[in-house]
Design a protein around this ligand. Structure first.
Ligand code: BDR
Ligand code: CA
Length: 310
């Protein structure tokens, strides 16, 4: 099988965890490294969660050091959304692994080794990727594409216009989006087409798998959050996992190529401005996911649980 070299840049995070489980269940992805970044919870937790998760899932790849803070602005997290420690209060067993090198150095090395084939999947703020592109601009032509979970076509989840990952470090998004590297943006409201209902989350629980404890805990955490939500907010999107699903099977989504800029300052910081009529005449720099197929996504989660079956 021809394997696809990928780097997963992430801030685990409950949905990041399901995303990494999904990626690991597909041998066609050759995961070269997990590069943690600050985001959902402070860096000491996202990095430790990444290290422990790699051990828990018996993955054979390094976990690097990464960015502890956004590039220029103060760090703000989403601890209330991801629970204590970032995994909904679940504590993974300690890992005997240690952090290896720095995200930007490993990405550079892997981009050179893969000679144009490296795909970077980002599930958190883009800080590590911006640092990589600033430090090593010569590798830009060697990156096949960057597929990111972040931004939104229309509305945000932190402010009316900004999605969390891009709101945390909008300057990093600006650097990445202007870099000339091909980008796919799996944004908030597009991935939300592939929502799960509370009953569908419940139906995924209780399977006899190697990841049962962690997986079921995260499902319960998500169910609890949705049950406590208002009537019009009962649907759960596993944002980061849908991004991985798109990487694995692009037929899960629809995309359109547009020029996209990000607002870096003020009350709209993190807003991804999609110039659908290309009024500004800028390059069409981003493939924007506009829709995701929830039946296909659900089927992929079922397949994933089969992969981990005892
Ligand atoms: C994104 O923000 C984080 O809280 C999730 O892990 C996901 O990457 C959704 O806005
Ligand atoms: Ca995330």
């Amino acid at each position: 099988m021809l394997k696809r070299p990928v780097i997963i840049d992430t801030d685990p995070g409950v949905d990041d965890t399901i995303a990494i489980m999904l990626a690991n269940a597909h041998p066609e992805l050759d995961i070269k490294a997990i590069t943690p970044v600050t985001g959902n919870v402070p860096y000491k937790y996202t990095s430790e969660n990444a290290l422990r998760l790699v051990k828990y899932l018996e993955m054979d790849c390094p976990v690097t050091n990464g960015a502890v803070n956004p590039l220029f602005i103060k760090c703000e997290d989403a601890g209330s959304v991801h629970g204590k420690g970032g995994l909904g209060g679940y504590e993974l067993p300690p890992s005997d692994k240690t952090f290896e090198g720095y995200a930007w150095d490993i990405i550079k090395e892997e981009a050179i080794k893969a000679d144009g084939e490296l795909e970077i999947i980002t599930l958190g703020p883009l800080t590590n990727i911006a640092i990589t592109l600033l430090r090593y601009p010569e590798i830009k032509p060697l990156i096949k594409r960057i597929v990111c979970m972040g931004g939104s076509q229309y509305d945000g989840n932190v402010t009316p216009k900004a999605e969390f990952n891009f709101w945390v470090d909008p300057d990093a998004v600006d650097i990445v989006f202007r870099s000339g590297v091909p980008i796919v943006m799996c944004g908030l409201d597009s991935t939300e087409h592939a929502y799960l209902t509370i009953d569908e989350l419940k139906a995924l629980q209780g399977r006899d798998t190697k990841v049962k404890e962690l997986f079921d805990h995260i499902m319960s955490f998500m169910i609890g959050r949705r049950e406590a939500a208002t009537e019009d907010d009962k649907l759960q999107t596993i944002y980061d996992a849908i991004t991985i699903a798109y990487v694995l099977d692009p037929s899960i989504g629809k995309t359109e190529k547009h020029s996209v800029l990000v607002e870096t300052k003020g009350i709209n910081k993190g807003w991804t401005i999609i110039d659908r009529r290309n009024r500004a005449g800028n390059p069409l720099n981003v493939e924007v996911l506009t829709w995701a197929d929830r039946d296909k996504f659900k089927a992929m989660l079922e397949e994933m649980l089969e992969y981990y079956k005892n």
